[in-house]
Ligand binder design. Sequence first.
Ligand code: ZN
Ligand code: ZN
Length: 282
Amino acid sequence: MKNSEIEFSLSQIHNPSFSLDNFESKLQSLKEVYVDENKQEEAKQIWIYQTIIKIHKLFIDAFKLLQNKKYYEGWCQLENIEITFASLKKHFLFDKHQFKLWHIEKSVKNLQVIFPYKLFASSELLKKKKECSVCGKVISIRNSCGHVVGEIYNGEMCHRVVTDIEILGISLVQNPENKFAVMFMTDKDTGEQIDQYNYQTVDYLFQHIKDPYEFWDLEVNQKVISGGDFKGVNRNDPCICGSLKKFKKCCGLNIGKKYPHYEFIVPNPSAEKIFTRTIKKD
Ligand SMILES: [Zn+2]
Ligand SMILES: [Zn+2]
């Protein structure tokens, strides 16, 4: 297979009939041939194509998880996509129309915006022992093996494998290095984890898009809450955000305040407006 043929096939990647697994295994065999012949540039190019396929697989998976209300699992796949994009971009610059990558990148960013997770645990780690993924040598400040992290050797990306770690401390941050460590509450009586977050906005989106490659977009702006936003709601009614409090003691207090307003651009929009909060109740 020539690169031009591979790229032509990859341009059909969003087609439901495209088999990601089949194509991926063809590429893997081809890469093994290149590695045997020590064709480093060719093997690296295959790594790029494989990484594009990996991003699509993660994206389809994230989409299914979120559709099925597996929010935290879906969230982790979004983070995996972001990390995979960062490695891809070191070696491959794509334009708006190539391999639907732009669609995926934008969808991931927008989904992260509408998620209710805002605070993360960030751990300060002491990496006591690390090894090079290419040659297996133990790395220290004085002892480097010459392989560069993020570079491609024999068609694989070089990274450090941490084999011994000490946690020095954990802090709460808004912009962590990675976003896997979402804070969940624990039930005082049973010790079980509770998901206290409100996913109404995510659900709203997934009522309107059914296919991972369907076009949608998001506009975020600040709006001032006015009394007119709550027409027909009486001060003593249960609040419309689902907090179980009276309206006057909940969202009613926010009249006159600014809040982020999300406007979805979807193929079949409905006029429905929702008021939501990040935590179900407090
Ligand atoms: Zn090395
Ligand atoms: Zn409320």
